[in-house]
Design a protein around this ligand. Structure first.
Ligand code: ATP
Ligand code: MG
Length: 355
């Protein structure tokens, strides 16, 4: 996958950019706060149509402007515009507005590696569910459709529960359970298929203890294997009391362990970062398998904190798993391994790029 052109208008501190991106990619150097991460956020916005940093659309609009606009060209031209006053998002693919965002998701496929990825390992289960949901949504449209359906049913069920309207809530049991089964099954299957590869990648990156990952259904309830409708029925009183749906894949976790102990609580900073990088490489490999092309790699200052041994091992894995276009950012040249300077070097300052 290759992004040949990028247009940015009023996205964060990026006022106006019209870039032709080289097919190998580019190294972007700029001091802190100049717009490096903003640029990667803009590119990745064209993948999922939301911020990879979890920001709201209106926070992405350049201060004092009415909206932002982005366009990227790969196989298709994909655009995304957001109007802050009307709170309206408009997405087009090949010149036609899409009715549902899902129709445009995955036209451009990219993977971001950033120091913030440590949160996948260190933060709560929601962050790890999002990791699985993003990669499975980009891999298969049916997953994204099931996820959208599950969330819609869940939202309505929970709203009814909060109002204490029992019958209205139970009406969503079947639509929720139907979509939830697909989500539970696909997540579990992917984790089982990739568990060994995950451990191998951690080890190749320099981890000496034994890494493992496993899908962990909340409270032992497995939407993929058990009868979720029956469990929903059993949990009814509790759900009404708490005003929320207490069983289902929206509460599951991806358990990451090192030597059998939960990495979230016992992993060191470096071990958590290594595991997060392994997960991103796994994401890249998995997306390549599903889509038939290597995703665009977005590296946000990832080499900085790694010792030279880990840097070299990571470079070797990148060469193998992300051989295509890569956009690499760093505050200083020296933070970027010399091997990556076989591509042009641009400077970014105050949201403007000098080539
Ligand atoms: P670092 O090396 O510290 O990670 P960076 O180059 O990645 O820096 P970014 O996160 O891309 O920096 O940009 C941060 C800058 O963007 C800040 O100066 C911030 O004030 C500015 N900024 C953030 N949101 C907006 C916005 N909506 N409108 C205008 N400027 C914004
Ligand atoms: Mg940054």
């Amino acid at each position: 996958m290759e992004l040949s052109r990028l247009t940015v208008r009023n996205f964060r501190n990026l006022a106006a950019l019209d870039l032709e991106l080289p097919s190998r990619g580019v190294v972007i150097i700029g001091e802190n706060g100049q717009g490096k991460t903003n640029l990667l956020e803009a590119i990745y916005y064209l993948v999922l149509f939301r911020s990879f940093r979890g920001a709201k659309d209106r926070e992405l609009v350049r201060f004092d402007e009415a909206g932002f606009f982005l366009a990227g060209e790969s196989n298709d031209r994909v655009t995304a515009g957001f109007d802050a006053h009307r709170r309206r998002k408009k997405v087009t693919v090949a010149g036609r507005e899409v009715k549902q965002l899902g129709q445009a998701v995955g036209r451009i496929v990219a993977v971001v590696l950033s120091p913030a990825d440590r949160d996948i390992v260190a933060a709560g289960p929601a962050r790890r569910r999002r990791y699985l949901d993003v990669l499975l949504s980009l891999s298969e449209p049916a997953y994204l459709r099931a996820l959208t359906a599950m969330r819609a049913a869940l939202r309505q069920r929970n709203a009814a529960l909060r109002r204490g309207q029992a019958q209205a809530a139970w009406a969503f049991d079947i639509p929720f359970a139907t979509a939830a089964r697909v989500i539970g099954e696909r997540r579990r299957l992917w984790v089982e298929e990739q568990a060994e590869r995950y451990a191998q990648l951690c080890t190749e990156l320099g981890e000496r203890m034994t890494p493992a990952m496993a899908y962990q259904p909340h409270g032992g309830h497995d939407a993929a294997r058990d009868d979720l409708e029956a469990s929903l029925a059993v949990a009814r009183e509790r759900d009404l009391r708490r005003g929320m749906t207490t069983v289902g894949p929206h509460r599951d976790d991806l358990k990451l362990t090192l030597g059998g102990r939960d990495m979230r609580h016992y992993g060191s900073a470096g071990q958590q970062r290594t595991a997060a990088i392994a997960l991103r490489l796994l994401e890249a490999e998995s997306l390549r398998g599903a889509t038939g092309t290597a995703p665009v790699a977005l590296f946000d200052d990832v080499f900085a904190e790694l010792d030279s041994g880990r840097q070299e091992r990571l470079l070797a894995l990148i060469g193998e798993l992300l051989p295509g276009q890569s956009i690499i950012t760093a505050p200083r040249d020296v933070e970027v391994p010399a091997a990556l300077f076989d591509r042009p070097r641009w400077q970014i300052s105050g949201g403007s790029i000098a080539q």
